[in-house]
Design a binder for this molecule. Structure first.
Ligand SMILES: [Zn+2]
Length: 158
């Protein structure tokens, strides 16, 4: 096995965490948005490490995010899929990858994105829970129809 092979280096990096989640094959430049989505700020004993612009077989360059002591919820994975559609989620327990799957784009996400349209009912004083339909190349507000293609990460409700 080549030392520079994606699998070999991947295994090496994954094996470094004890219990937690490794998010691999994140599009280069999106790692910090991934952290934002997960609400990770390094507090509460969470140990996070980020690799940026790592050479990859599947993508030209990728980011990789390792979160010690935390497994992602389905909601988090759903939002993650919007900005990192190629990502692979590796669940690690006792240094072993016990689960590995690619993210799947959901049909819709609720309560995680805010609508950029200031006239939208979801941004009113007593807002209703936002709901966005997931399109091939973006998301569409279920209330006012505003489509967000670029900058989805900026619309994440934190
Ligand atoms: Zn809207």
């Amino acid at each position: 096995m080549s030392e520079n092979g994606d699998d070999a280096s991947h295994q090496l990096r994954v094996s470094k965490i004890h219990n937690g989640t490794v998010i691999d094959h994140v599009r280069a430049g999106q790692a910090l948005n991934v952290l934002a989505i997960l609400g990770i700020d390094g507090g509460d004993g969470e140990s996070v490490s980020v690799g940026m612009n790592v050479p990859s077989d599947r993508l030209a360059r990728k980011d990789i995010v390792k979160v010690e002591g935390r497994e992602l919820s389905q909601d988090e994975v759903d939002v993650l899929s919007l900005i990192a559609p190629d990502a692979t989620i590796n669940i690690v327990r006792e240094y072993d990858v016990v689960e590995k799957h690619r993210v799947e784009r959901p049909d819709a996400v609720s309560g995680v994105l805010s609508c950029p349209n200031s006239g939208c009912i979801t941004t009113a004083d007593e807002p209703v829970t936002s709901r966005f339909e997931v399109l091939k190349d973006g998301v569409r507000c279920g209330y006012c129809g505003t489509i967000v293609r670029e900058g989805i990460a900026d619309q994440i409700d934190t």
